[in-house]
Ligand binder design. Structure first.
Ligand SMILES: [Zn+2]
Length: 567
């Protein structure tokens, strides 16, 4: 864990140092949950968005039937008629249950606040024999950090066991025994909550268990399920007991007012997702283009959520960008399209460099699904701070269009000319976070190795091994020294490249240092104009990953880079 924290700190520090990501309005101390992309960051993020747009809108792969996929783009306004958010359920229900500590005033997401109950085996428990055995066994599997670390049990199995354990414990713990100690922890899921709640030696002492009795971690509980008969859990931050409020709903939408009056008639929201703009325009697209089901509408745009605890660098931000597809199809074909998009989107991340086992596809359990969804899978990445979602692919059924039909009074049905059938299409939604993808590609690209310095001594090197499509700069051009006509020749090569791809010119400092800077920017190729260039027109070109240099004619640089990078 220490190493992982270390790694995250290195990535954050590199991102700042090299101009990928800065804290927003930093000269005023920043503002929590908002980030700015610097000169390299904006190129990286734009490359990711452009690749996505190209691959899903302009040039989509063939669908499951081998036919080309129909996809069109859209760019909607951020502020929409507030009725949109009533129809979508965001005004009424877009909220996380929150607990506030009355003592330290900190907010906690109740579904991430877990209470771990520790129980001693006592005689009455032993009398329950088998039943207790089952509970203890399941709980021990969950809380065994080694089993978790070694990946001994697939996550799906752990989640199943978790659900099972929770049901059993909920029913039996209260019936047969009184938990002797509670600990509240903030964790992303109940499995990590149990391992996070390990007892310290002091806590063990404090427990005053009957001699010879070992406490066991009694399972993780979501606070809202916390039985009222049990003693109040302490605040995870300040440790005060009985200071946490009952969980209550907190709406995540940013409010604003449209026009001069600041009252309920002018209340509007910054969109919390880009999807609803697509649903609101579904009829426009049908009426003004030639698309027929199955077809998709894609959008990239900003969305806003007033997160209580923005954290993990840019991962959970209050302002973020989404890349979303709403794919409309006949209800009878929805399962097939869901599988298609789930697999296609997973493959997209693999194809762009997330090749390691850190990328996972996790189908949701039935009890995890939103009430309207028929199926859902998360594409997850193991960041240094934990496994988190990059993109969700969901079969949202006809829920959204039916809601908008109800709230707007407009007909949202689709008429199929060939079959003479009228229906509300089902929607498959692959919804990805641009900032999350950017962060994942940054984390995956980060590497440390060794490179010789000026004197040939090996030094530690930091390098970002980006996929060529995403590298913010494709080629950097240097004159070896600032004389003998080298800058002019290097400038000419740089200018020729810059017309076609992202190029960079640098003549300051020792050439070794210039290489190092480009390694940290993830630039695949560095070209150096040197003494030999004056003699025969050749330059050296250095590969970021192998650090090998070859000589090629200066006129061939652009063609060489394009060929190697397939761009
Ligand atoms: Zn507190």
């Amino acid at each position: 864990m220490a190493n992982e924290q270390d790694l995250m700190e290195k990535i954050v520090s590199l991102a700042k140092r090299r101009g990928f990501i800065y804290p927003s309005s930093e000269i005023y101390g920043g503002i929590n949950g908002f980030w700015d992309y610097g000169p390299l960051g904006v190129e990286l993020k734009r490359n990711i968005k452009d690749a996505w747009w190209h691959d899903v809108v302009r040039c989509p792969a063939a669908g499951p039937d081998g036919q080309p996929i129909q996809m069109v783009g859209l760019d909607c306004s951020i502020i929409m008629n507030p009725k949109v958010w009533e129809a979508s359920g965001h005004v009424g229900g877009f909220a996380d249950p929150m607990s506030v500590c009355r003592e330290c005033k900190k907010h906690f997401r109740a579904d991430q606040l877990f209470i771990v109950a520790f129980v001693a085996f006592d005689s009455s428990a032993q009398r329950q024999g088998e039943e207790w055995g089952t509970v203890a066994e399941i709980v021990q599997i969950q809380s065994d950090p080694e089993a978790l670390a070694s990946g001994g049990l697939p996550r799906e199995d752990l989640l199943k066991k978790k659900a099972e354990a929770r049901r059993l414990i909920q029913a039996k713990l209260t019936k047969y025994a009184t938990p002797v100690y509670f600990k509240s922890v903030i964790a992303s899921d109940p499995v990590t909550a149990v391992s996070a709640a390990e007892l310290s030696p002091k806590e063990r002492k404090h427990l005053r268990l009957p001699s010879g009795r070992e406490p066991i971690a009694g399972g993780a509980y979501v606070l809202k399920e916390y039985p009222s008969a049990w003693p109040a859990p302490p605040c995870p931050s300040c440790g005060a007991v009985g200071t946490l409020t009952e969980p209550r709903q907190f709406n995540l939408m940013f409010k604003t007012y449209v026009g001069a009056m600041e009252d309920s008639s002018s209340l509007a929201y910054l969109r919390p997702e880009t999807a609803q703009g697509i649903f609101a325009n579904y009829k426009n697209v049908l009426d003004t283009t030639r698309v027929k089901t199955p077809f998709g509408i894609a959008q990239i745009g900003k969305a806003f959520r007033n997160e209580i605890n923005p954290r993990n660098f840019t991962f959970r931000s209050r302002e973020f960008e989404q890349m979303e597809i709403e794919f409309f199809c006949h209800p009878g074909q929805a399962d097939r399209w869901y599988e298609y998009w789930r697999d296609a989107r997973f493959k997209w991340y693999v194809d762009h460099g997330l090749k390691s086992t850190k990328l996972r596809l996790r189908p949701h359990e039935k009890d995890e699904l939103a009430h309207y969804a028929r199926a859902c899978a998360d594409i997850e990445y193991e960041f240094p701070f934990g496994v988190s979602e990059l993109e969700g692919v969901a079969n949202r059924t006809d829920f959204d269009l039916a809601q908008h039909q109800k709230f707007s009074g407009r007909d949202m049905t689709y008429f199929d000319d060939e079959t003479k059938e009228r229906f509300i299409p089902y929607v498959i939604e692959p919804s990805g976070g641009v900032d999350r993808a950017t962060l994942a590609f940054l984390c995956e690209a980060y590497a440390e190795d060794e490179a010789p310095d000026e004197k040939g001594a090996m030094q530690k090197r930091t390098v970002l091994r980006f996929h060529p499509r995403f590298a913010p700069i494709k080629v950097a051009v240097f004159p070896l020294v600032k004389k003998d006509g080298m800058p002019e020749k290097a400038q000419a090569i740089y200018q020729a490249c810059a017309k076609h791809l992202a190029a960079f010119y640098d003549e300051k400092g020792a050439v070794g240092r210039r290489y190092r800077r480009q390694d940290e920017a993830g630039t695949p190729f560095c070209v150096t104009v040197d003494g030999e260039t004056n003699e025969n027109g050749t330059v050296t070109i250095r590969d970021r990953d192998t650090m090998q240099q070859v000589r090629i004619p200066g006129d061939n640089v652009l063609a060489y880079v394009r060929e190697r990078l397939h761009i």
